[in-house]
Design a binder for this molecule. Sequence first.
Ligand SMILES: Cc1cc2nc3c(=O)[nH]c(=O)nc-3n(C[C@H](O)[C@H](O)[C@H](O)COP(=O)(O)OP(=O)(O)OC[C@H]3O[C@@H](n4cnc5c(N)ncnc54)[C@H](O)[C@@H]3O)c2cc1C
Length: 471
Amino acid sequence: MSATPAPVVVVIGGGIAGLAAAARMREERPDAEIVVLEGSPEIGGKLKLAEVGGVVVDVGAEAMLNRRPEAVALARTSGLADAVVHPATITAHLWNRGDLVTMPRTMMGIPVDLRALAETGVISKAGMARAAMDTVLPATSLDGRDTSIGGLVEERFGKEVVDRLVEPLLGGVYAGHAREISARAAVPQVVALLDRDRSLGKAAARATSGPASEIPVFAGLVGGVGRLPAAVATASGAQIRVGTTARGLARRPEGGWTVVVGSTTAPELVHADAVVVAVPARAAAKLLSDVVPRAALELARIEHASVALVTMAFAARDFPAVTGSGFLVPPVEKRTIKAATFSFAKWDWVRETGDGVLVMRCSIGRHREEHQLQASDEELVQVALEDLTDAIGLSVKPIDTHVQRWGGGLPQYAVGHLDRIGTVRAEVARVPGLAVCGAAYDGLGIPACIASAHLAVSSLLDQLPALPSTP
Ligand SMILES: Cc1cc2nc3c(=O)[nH]c(=O)nc-3n(C[C@H](O)[C@H](O)[C@H](O)COP(=O)(O)OP(=O)(O)OC[C@H]3O[C@@H](n4cnc5c(N)ncnc54)[C@H](O)[C@@H]3O)c2cc1C
């Protein structure tokens, strides 16, 4: 009797979602032959390291939400347990009418304590009077509908709270606009509590309390979260093929899949029992257009924001004294940068590795504001420096700079996003041996991407040939 051949699983996309899918598949099917196809010359996607001023730092994602288990757990099982750290400070500031003030406590910009908010002076007296109406207005019933987070917060607290608190938070996470991003996707815990609490502020306060609130919000890795992809790739034992763009996907008449890679003149066909499509929405739409056209159409409708990260290294002796981990800039302030992170203050390892060199970064770019990025790297550095001069009194030039552009890097979770993803998943589920995961689906943070990878793998397990039984 011939032995059952090991199943072949191809993962398209070597970002954190694809690599997490490979690692989870390895756990579930130790016998599987797993191949990760990555189009660019290196794995990792938005997790990326670069050297700036002699210090290797993240020039993409730099922190992992710690109040969800997936990212830190993956780091631990991938051999990076000793590298897991928490920020030295997470006190953020807000650029407010030309000054930096301590960021009020909010849930994605939704105030959780109006008295404390009033003390910060971020919201004008008239704005506070309007915000206080949240507690007396009749309950907002979404009745199963979705709405924008900006629309919801404006209805309860007024426009100023949206402009000065929600916009800068959303600018940071999604590079998006408050009046376009889905409330159900951005703050699901708060929306779920709206039926119980008439006040949105109370719902937000409740969503941020409980045992989880004792856990540090963020975690990082000594040496950067950009170390995670290589560690996960190794742990997965997958065959990693970089510089290998998947150009086509087709079902084989006898079952399973053919992935087309290579040039149009010399295509290579890779066969698989199952395929995980772990690429950004637009690339996924292209790959799925023949096999799941309706899912492809929905994915193609997801818009994306482009951002650039300007990382700069300064001689420590020249840098002005600052407090906290950085600051956010609301669009109403009409500056170019939307956030600055004092990486040297946030992460002990960045300061210690720097040894007299301070590394920090500014981010630029919001959805549909690509014109801000149509500038040379030198110009982006220059505008970042000008904003920093006004914000913290910086008066010296950096000793080194690095500009990382993330064109179309952040999917926009528009109103109705969850329904759209529901349709995509339902359509994909009808096709045997196919699954999707990544930043477009259940959240764009690292833990959410990993969770989507786990879901993708679970959906495939009972479609693979059974594990050979041990005699
Ligand atoms: C500037 C920036 C900062 C961020 N900061 C944070 C942060 O601090 N914390 C956090 O949790 N999240 C952060 N995020 C979000 C998070 O990093 C991403 O959402 C997440 O890493 C996306 O992972 P992914 O695997 O879904 O996609 P990606 O990282 O985009 O990976 C997809 C991979 O697929 C490859 N690919 C595309 N098409 C093909 C093809 N046809 N064939 C083969 N390969 C293909 C790409 O080259 C890429 O490597 C940030 C995002 C950005 C842009």
